[in-house]
Design a protein around this ligand. Sequence first.
Ligand code: BG6
Length: 791
Amino acid sequence: MMWRALFTFLLLDSVCTQKGSSKESKGHVSVVIVGGTGDLARKYLWQSFFQLYADQVSSGYSFSFYGGGLSEAAKGKPKFFQILKSLACSSEVSEERCALLKEQFLKLAQYQQLNTTEDYENLAGDIRQRLENEELAEAGRLFYLAVPASTYADIAEKISRSCRPGQGQWLRVALEKPFGHDLDSAEQLATLLKKSLHEDEMFRIDHYLGKQVVSQILPFRKDNKNFLDPIWNKHHIERMEIVLKETLDVKGRAQFYDQYGVIRDVLQNHLTEILLLLTMGVPANMSNSDEIVNKKLQVFSSLKDIDRTSAVIGQYQAYNSEVQEELNRTKEHISNTPTFAGVVVLVRNTQFDGVPIFLTSGKMLDEQVAYARILFKNEVFSVRNSSSLRCSPKQIVFLLRHGILQRSAILVSKNLFKPTVSDDGWKEVTGERDTALFGLPLSGYYIYMPTFQREAYESVVSQIFHGRKDSIIRVETMLASWAFWTPLLHSLAQQAPRIYPGGTDTENLLDFQRQGRKIAFTNEAVILSSRDFVGGSATAENFQVMRGKYRDSDMVSAWPEELIDRLAADLQAAAEEAVEGGGVFHLALSGGSSPVALFQRLAVHHYSFPWQQTHIWMVDERCVPLSEPGSNFHALHENLLQHVRLPYFNIHPMPVHLNRRLCVEEDGGPLLYENDISRLVNGSSFHFVLLGVGYDGHTASLFQSTQLDTHAYKLVVLTESPAKPHQRMSLTLAAINQAQRVGVLVTGKSKHEMIIQLSRIKDDPQKWPITGVRPTGGKLVWYIDYDALLG
Ligand code: BG6
């Protein structure tokens, strides 16, 4: 096997990897990625190990790389080499050198099935064989576990049993977060791992600590001690924000994500680590990991406990269907896993007492950005020019991910101080495009950036290789973090997250605000007009029936019974008015469960209702025989029609059952109904249309999938529902919007999130059919009970 060395030596002087290089050998390192064909390995790890190889190739070390996977070689190997093919060199490496590095790396890499104990024994045998054949002295073995944490203990045991190197050579095992699910499971995992590995062999990774900006927080605080010491405290800091916003969904990761959710995935680890770096005492010796751990533990011990009032949670709208699809679950499976969270954390010490620290993260948000922002109080009032820099926000921003600059950076507003960054790898930049960032043009900041932008995993891998632990998670802080987060996680377990549409449609639906140690979403569903609430706050306890505005239309809200009373009274008033005006009242009623209570109320309490002059029409119908319980007409009949004295020729069920078949296009059911409407209803304009809204924003039988734009000039159409029975007949938006009055009835807690969401979005009928209900000459009133309105 000496050809490897010869090949290398001849081809490229500096790419010397194995024994025989011109440099003195420092020994051989075997790198094994367990989960070597998985997502993390594909996206980051192989690229980082390739970078390590490129950095170390002329340093005297030699390497071999193993991609470990559960599949047998025939399946795993092609996948593995497919990943390696896409490796890239950093921009300063010439094309020629890059090609050689890649070629050499591919020669040093091999796929290895790693499943059973025997597989690990085979791996160890292979490493031994290679060392012997090539007469290499061993430096150590690095295992990177890029697999679910539930498999760590078992794998660690196999590594310890079969793959330990000899005396004097190191073993390093890198473990990816999350380390457990809550405090108990984290403790259990720590105990199990301790049985196989020594603490100094374990490298718990939080790749955020490998981000250039994050690793610069403490040095920055130290370099600028003179400026910061007087202002890094509650007297000067207004608040801190630690934010990770993502535009991605969780497709392809639902199996993992649904068990963890955003708090466990990123707040408990990445964002907490940043919080610690901002609030801990600056260690005298930056590379003393004991000192760093002690300072971090001091912060944990002064954090105020958090509970469900300290947090708001959300979930993007498409999440449940993604989970159902990926995990093969039925439509009834509803996951409450949050994909968004905002949490306020308070540090109870003399330095920071009362300074709110907001931790926020979410998937499917409007932009891809991560930062820590320290906003200082600014009480300057400039008499000459209130928009001068002196009056602008005073802030320091650690921009860790993309954002407006497209690169990571540290920004200090010029009204604070000119910072020093002593690290050679950083430089001050000027002349950036002058856009604004956090209320200040970029020209209003001193901006520092790394000379080379480096992926976090590259630096993490390099640290593990060098056996450095300064930015690796120690068991003590890992457990302290779980101890802090677990009570909140448990208290949120049953809480339904606020549903948000995702992307820019979310608008300000997820904004939250603080009151003391609590936070809440700023926007509840409705904008209530103050004149209706003189002398009290707008809560359900204070009002039997309240009126306000919802989506720019009138809204009536009350407890369910009162709401139904009110709606029934409004219906009767509309009926009396119509009968008085033209001798007839045309009422179109929808199906579903919401109006049942109304029907019952009308049946029992409204003897004086002008039933004799009332025509009852259907808003929509399911394509089932009218005598079946699933039929909307059947429910109407059971709950109302059979109890009131209505002439039978005034009753107009939808003709879904013609020629002994259901909703067949050629039978022309919609046209028949449309003709009846045109013939009997003046101007086809119903006096009152009663609608409901589904969780997905459908109304009548108009769904997201219904091609609304094909309905022009039609009053009645056949549609397809995503739920059974799929076939439906429905009034069109055109028919509904011609009505003189439209009532939308929404009841029950389960509709709360939908009501909040609807309150924030613009009209988009194709996505939210209910938002297409805008009577052209008539009036729209929302009837929403307190459960649906206030949750
Ligand atoms: C990971 C989380 O740890 O961090 C992901 O599991 C998240 O859900 C990612 O997307 C964010 O990291 P980065 O480096 O892309 O900001």
